[in-house]
Ligand binder design. Structure first.
Ligand SMILES: [Zn+2]
Length: 361
């Protein structure tokens, strides 16, 4: 990622700062400088940096435990809204997800208690437990912030740790997708409540509520799609009746087929072998640049993705997202046997979802 600056490694995990984070700290530094002079700017910026060091340690808590379970951790990126651990996809195993999710808030609580203890020794109970909104001492403030960080992350909604912990607990007693759906619903209800409270108290809460509301929906959708596509063979949704073109055909032939049917992408076949594909955008470009008389062989794509008959819809969906195309030829024993379209995948989701009642939770 070019938009972030690599700082170094902690416990073997790369830590980087996102450009927006650097701008954010610079901006706050300027605000402090104009409002309170150099000393205020120094204290303010030091506190922000200490706060983000706390966030980094929180994320490291997740990352180190995840790595212990064999999950690859690409690194931690710090954004103005917090830290993000970039992990490869975790196996949906409730016990592991639970431990990985708990590790972050646990780290923050330990940090908060250690700093609180240090503050008690240094300043005594009066200064440690005095809650001030502005000003106050550095260490007690940092202790409080770490405890707040733990509480904030334990809120019961995705993408917070609390949402993942809640789902992991539910997933012990029911299938993963159902646990996700329930956790997402609870997260949405919680977000609406939080948003309403925020409207009358603190606008920041509204911002967090929106974040949780959409986080819940995104997580639920992703899991719904994966579950619906899991273990379903591609032959379930692929079209077996479709038009093909030959490299010697004219582009006008593709246009005729498009007028007379539903097809917009065409496999190009020569001597029974798939030699190219002509997608809707290619047809439009060819018409514009060469006219309807252009030879298909000249304007087709010769580099394209295919899937094989033994693949599942989950794999096909991943492939179609990676290639950003609208359809994929299905190959069996070197020959094209079908065409799977994004539309067909969408249709499957709608009907399979209606059949199993997954939408109703
Ligand atoms: Zn966390």
């Amino acid at each position: 990622m070019k938009s972030s600056v690599r700082l170094g490694k902690l416990f073997g995990i790369p830590i980087s700062l996102h450009v927006t984070f650097i701008l954010f700290v610079a901006f706050l530094g300027m605000v402090y400088l104009f409002q309170g002079g150099t000393k205020a700017a120094f204290t303010g910026v030091s506190f922000i940096l200490a706060l983000f060091l706390s966030v980094t340690l929180h994320e490291l808590g997740h990352s180190v435990v995840a790595r212990g379970f064999g999950v690859k951790v690409k690194g931690i990126v710090l954004l103005p809204i917090g830290g993000v651990s970039q992990m490869e996809e975790m196996p949906p195993e409730p016990k592991r997800e639970f431990l990985i999710a708990v590790a972050g808030p646990a780290t923050s609580i330990v940090l908060g208690l250690v700093l609180g203890g240090a503050s008690l020794l240094l300043y005594g109970p009066a200064a440690t437990f005095k809650t001030t909104v502005t000003g106050g001492l550095f260490i007690p403030n940092l202790a409080r912030v770490n405890l707040l960080l733990a509480i904030f992350n334990l809120l019961p909604g995705f993408p917070m740790d609390g949402g993942r912990i809640f789902r992991a607990v539910l997933a012990n007693a029911m299938p993963f997708d159902r646990a996700t759906a329930i956790a997402a619903s609870v997260g949405r209800v919680f977000a609406i409540g939080l948003g309403l409270v925020g409207l009358f108290t603190n606008i920041w809460l509204v911002f967090i509520a929106v974040f949780i509301y959409f986080g819940a929906s995104a997580e639920a959708n992703q899991v719904r799609i994966k579950t619906a596509f899991h273990d379903v063979p591609v032959s379930r949704v692929m079209a077996t009746k479709f038009e093909t073109l030959s490299p010697d055909d004219r582009v006008s032939r593709a246009v005729e087929h498009a007028y007379n049917g539903f097809q917009e992408d065409f496999p190009v076949v020569e001597d029974g072998k798939l030699v190219g594909v002509l997608m809707k955008p290619d047809i439009l470009v060819a018409l514009h640049e060469h006219g309807p008389g252009a030879l298909v062989g000249r304007v087709m794509r010769t580099e394209f993705t295919t899937v094989t008959l033994d693949q599942t819809l989950e794999q096909v969906y991943a492939a179609i997202q990676t290639c950003r195309c609208s359809s994929l030829p299905v190959i069996d024993a070197g020959r094209i046997v079908g065409l799977v379209t994004l539309e067909a995948l969408g249709r499957y989701l709608v009907f399979a979802g209606a059949g199993s009642g997954m939408d109703r939770t």
